[in-house]
Design a protein around this ligand. Structure first.
Ligand code: HEC
Length: 447
């Protein structure tokens, strides 16, 4: 059971960018309201006009390079032949293959782009809605005879992106690289990154907006989501400027067999409390948690955009530190696990965090995964995945770590807490860091 959950954790991240977070309902419904609308009006071309400007500028989107991943991510929990819990989705409506998906393209566009009620939880980002529309209306069943991108479905060669580390280019000027300084900065950044979550953003939002009353702010409904949209001051002196929305989750099924609690907010604007504390937001954040049937405590968080707050709810949290994270976190704890009754911990991080250090300015995690000895990791001192490091002279270096995925055997020789550092296909050296900040956290990753 543990294995299953952890595999879900890793899978969940395998092909998702931060913009494909599982539950960003309100993001689409509110923040992106304008964008979605615009896309719709240009794109939905019921007349079937021969030269569709929408498709002329459109990127190449195919089943192979995007569609399949999107379907797996957003639809297959209910719409796959192998789905364990279809949640009432019709037996005949599956998106396992290109042909199945394309056969229903009209319905997919109708439900996901036009009406927006598939998936039922919503949350498809404006970017994904755009790509879905481009894929199905420009690259599939290309309106016969119109010639719109007809016949040219050349897919960018995936190999090119998959092998960034093989280069024969010996002419690259290698940047100077202080592996030791980078390693030290990384160690500190691990604890910071692990502690970042949407919790203070959500708490700050609710604290700052607590003064809302019948007079202010005014509310609108967009696609079923209520959001405030106003510039006004309440009777108690709270000033609202912009818009915002929130969603509460209670026993919410995410399709992974667990029932989740949590909160999500999205907002663009500011709220000033009667005490003069200012909550400023331009983005979305959510936090979800659940207890699995085997006792695992699972946490998810997603923060994207800029947030700041100087009220009590932000005190002592990362919100005070100007880290501008775009980060998604999936963490699991097994309290008192195994013979030693230690807390078992595992975490997956994706996204970007700024670092305040003389040599490192920012780090980007790509599916960085690590689990501890308590949960049986053969390599608890090293994560698996990539960390890209931006140094203070603006050079990106990629660090590749081989701690192994869940249950994977790891050659003890590579399990040394060190990763190889690459710059444009050239090996720069080795960076060793202390990753214990990612796994030593007991039962709550954010404390
Ligand atoms: C949580 C489960 C769930 C997920 C996830 C989900 N669906 Fe559905 N889907 C349903 C259910 C239930 C129905 C039948 C009820 C209905 O039509 O509203 C359905 C019906 C459909 C239908 C057939 C009805 C029609 O209007 O033609 C289509 C097409 C569809 N879904 C597309 C999608 C697409 C595309 C996605 C992903 C972007 C998706 N669904 C994700 C549960 C889901």
């Amino acid at each position: 059971m543990i294995a299953l959950i952890l595999m879900l954790a890793c899978d969940g991240g395998t092909d998702d960018g931060t913009d494909k977070a599982p539950v960003d309902t309100a993001t689409t419904d509110t923040t992106d309201a304008g964008t979605t609308d615009d896309t719709d009006s240009t794109a939905t071309d019921d007349t079937g006009a021969a030269l569709d400007p929408f498709c002329d500028d459109a990127p190449v989107v195919t089943w192979e390079n995007w569609g399949e991943g999107f379907m797996v991510e957003r639809c297959s929990s209910c719409h796959a032949a192998s789905s364990a819990e279809r949640n009432g989705a019709p037996d005949a409506v599956n998106f396992d293959t290109h042909d199945e998906a394309v056969a229903l393209s009209d319905r997919v566009l109708a439900r996901t782009v036009d009406v927006g009620d598939m998936p039922p939880s919503g949350g498809v980002t404006a970017d994904d809605l755009y790509l879905l529309e481009v894929w199905l209306s420009c690259w599939e069943d290309p309106q016969p005879g119109t010639g719109v991108n007809d016949g040219d479905d050349s897919t960018p060669d995936p190999e090119e992106d998959d092998e960034p580390y093989l280069s024969d280019d010996t002419d690259v000027d290698l940047p100077s690289f202080d592996a030791e300084a980078v390693g030290a900065a990384l160690g500190a950044a691990m604890t910071d990154a692990r502690q970042i979550s949407a919790v203070p953003v959500v708490a700050g939002y609710f604290e700052a907006t607590a003064g809302m009353d019948e007079t202010c702010p005014g509310w609108l409904n967009f696609d079923g989501t209520e959001y405030w949209y106003d510039y006004c001051t309440t009777l108690d002196g709270t000033t609202f400027d912009g818009y915002g929305a929130h969603v509460l989750f209670e026993d919410y099924p995410l399709g992974d067999g667990n029932y989740w609690d949590g909160y999500q907010i999205s907002s663009l604007g500011s709220v000033t409390t009667p005490a003069g504390d200012v909550f400023e937001a331009a983005g979305a954040a959510y936090v979800l948690w659940t207890e699995a049937s085997d006792g695992g405590l699972i946490y998810q968080s997603y923060v994207e955009g800029g947030f700041s707050y100087d009220g009590p709810a932000a005190a002592g949290t990362w919100l005070e530190d100007n880290l501008s994270p775009t980060l998604s976190t999936y963490a699991i704890a097994y309290p008192g696990f195994g013979p030693g009754a230690d807390d078992g911990n595992a975490i997956v991080l994706s996204g970007q965090v700024l670092v305040e250090d003389a040599s490192v300015a920012a780090v980007v995690f790509e599916e960085l995964f690590i689990y501890d000895e308590t949960l049986g990791s053969p390599c608890p001192s090293e994560p698996d995945g990539m960390i890209s490091v931006l140094n203070t002279s603006g050079v990106w270096v990629d660090l590749v770590f081989d701690g192994g995925q869940w249950g994977e055997a790891v050659d003890p020789a590579v399990c040394d807490g060190c990763g190889s550092a690459w710059y444009q296909g050239n090996l720069l050296g080795e960076v060793c860091a202390d990753f214990s900040g990612l796994t030593d956290w007991g039962t709550n990753p954010w404390e």
